[in-house]
Design a protein around this ligand. Structure first.
Ligand code: GDP
Ligand code: MG
Length: 151
């Protein structure tokens, strides 16, 4: 089968991927990008940044008030994050499949979290990557992490 370029009217599907501070610290950014590209998704934008409490409060608004919320925010402030916009047909659920289950211990072998994630005791938040969970979340999150990009 040959690849066919999407028609001009076809919506380009995009997701926000974050390589969390544990992934950047452990030198896994390249391996994670490799898996995204090997699957056939395209990188549309990327930058390495320090998150701010304001950005994380907006990004994780749905989790505010949960017991893991503050530890999660503190962890996300503990080092550089690689923010990536990936494009491709079905990329939102597709990247969630590549990432695997939230808890690295439960994530299937073959997934990013299953192959590379470690069980850090209670620190389930150290699961290497974030991926948007719907097209609506992706649009909201891309606008937060890439303001002004106009995607
Ligand atoms: P995701 O969509 O698979 O990333 O999972 P969620 O949206 O449910 O949670 C957001 C993030 O919060 C996860 O990726 C983890 O980093 C963290 N998290 C979720 N559940 C727990 C938990 O029970 N304990 C801790 N410590 N962190 C959690
Ligand atoms: Mg989520």
């Amino acid at each position: 089968m040959t690849d066919v370029a999407p028609a001009a009217t076809e919506t380009i599907e995009r997701t926000l991927v974050l390589v969390k501070p544990d992934g950047v610290r452990r030198g896994l950014s390249g391996e994670i990008l490799r898996r995204i590209e090997a699957k056939g998704y395209t990188l549309a934008a990327a930058h390495l940044l320090d998150a701010t409490p304001e950005l994380l409060a907006a990004h994780y608004a749905e989790h505010e008030g949960k017991p893991f919320y503050q530890p999660l925010v503190d962890f996300m402030l503990s080092g550089k994050i690689l923010a990536v916009v990936a494009e491709g047909q079905g990329v939102v659920p597709g990247f969630r499949s590549l990432a695997g289950a939230t808890n690295p211990t439960e994530a299937a072998p073959g997934t990013i979290r299953g192959d590379l994630g470690r069980d850090w005791g209670l620190k389930v938040q150290q699961n290497l990557v974030h991926g948007s969970d719907s097209d609506e979340s992706a649009a909201r999150e891309i606008a937060l992490w890439f303001p002004g990009l106009g995607l």
